[in-house]
Design a protein around this ligand. Structure first.
Ligand SMILES: [Zn+2]
Length: 230
C-alpha cells in the first residue's frame, strides 16, 4: 500500500472528507517535516538550525525551467573533446564568476558549460538564464503589459551583483524595438561591471556580419567577455 492509499484509508476511519485527505501530503524531508528548520535539543537548551534540505530545495528552484538534457550539467561531468575544450573548462572552473562568450557549432558543449557555470553562480548571487526566444518574449511582455517588469532588465539596472546567462544569442531576430532594449541591457551590464555569459553558434565577427547584433553591442560583449571558440 502506498502513502496516498494509507492516508485515504486513515481518513475514512477518522471520517475526514476525501477532498481534505488529498491535501494531506507526507513531508519530503523527514528531518524537518518540510519546515526548513531542524530543532536541536541539548540538555535544556533548544534551538533551530537551517535544515540540510534547504540547499537541495534552492538548487531545485534554480534549475526549474532548465532543459532536462542539461539539468545535471556540471564542470565535473563535462567531457572535453579536445585540448581547446579542456582549456575552456579549466578556465571557467578556476574563475566561475567570469564573463564568457562561447561559440561553436551545434551540440559541441557550449550549453553544458554555461549551465555548469550558472549552477555555481546562481547559488551565490542573483542570476538569470534565458534563450534568445525567452528574452525576446520577456521584453515584448514588458512592452505590452502594464506593470510587468523584465526581471533581467531590472537586475541589470539595480542589483549590486548580477550575472546574466544568454543561450543561443544568434537566434535573436532583429527588430528596431529589440535592438534598442538589447543595447540598453548590454550597456547596463557593461557600465555596472556585472557578469554575462553567452553561447552562440556564430562567432562575434559573424554576429556582426549577419547583423544579429549592433557593432556597439558586440564591442561591449567583446570587452566584457573572455572569448572562446569550442
Ligand atoms: Zn529538511
Amino acid at each position: 500500500m502506498d502513502e496516498q492509499d494509507e492516508i485515504r484509508r486513515l481518513s475514512l476511519s477518522l471520517n475526514i472528507p476525501q477532498s481534505l485527505a488529498s491535501l494531506i501530503q507526507a513531508p519530503t524531508c523527514l528531518e524537518c517535516g518540510d519546515t526548513g528548520w531542524q530543532i536541536i535539543i541539548r540538555g535544556n537548551l533548544e534551538w533551530a538550525r537551517p535544515c540540510r534540505c534547504r540547499s537541495v530545495q534552492r538548487e531545485n528552484r534554480l534549475m526549474r525551467g532548465i532543459d532536462e538534457r542539461f539539468r545535471e550539467a556540471t564542470f565535473e561531468n563535462f567531457t572535453p573533446l579536445d585540448q581547446k575544450q579542456e582549456k575552456v573548462v579549466t578556465r571557467m572552473k578556476e574563475n566561475p564568476f567570469g564573463s564568457y562568450f562561447l561559440s561553436g557549432t551545434y551540440a559541441i558543449g557550449k550549453t553544458h558549460l554555461m549551465i555548469a557555470q550558472y549552477r555555481q553562480v546562481a547559488a551565490k548571487i542573483p542570476a538569470e538564464i534565458r534563450t534568445s526566444r525567452e528574452l525576446a518574449l520577456e521584453f515584448r511582455t514588458a512592452e505590452m503589459v502594464e506593470h510587468f517588469v523584465s526581471p533581467v532588465q531590472a537586475k541589470a539596472d539595480l542589483a549590486q551583483r548580477f550575472h546574466f546567462f544568454w543561450d543561443d544569442v544568434d537566434k535573436l531576430k532583429s527588430t528596431a524595438f529589440r535592438e534598442e532594449v538589447i543595447f540598453h541591457l548590454v550597456d547596463r551590464l557593461y557600465r555596472r561591471k556585472l557578469g554575462i555569459t553567452i553561447t552562440s553558434n556564430l562567432s562575434l565577427a559573424q554576429l556582426a556580419e549577419h547583423e544579429v547584433l549592433e557593432p556597439a553591442v558586440i564591442r561591449r560583449i567583446d570587452d566584457m567577455c573572455e572569448v572562446f571558440e569550442l
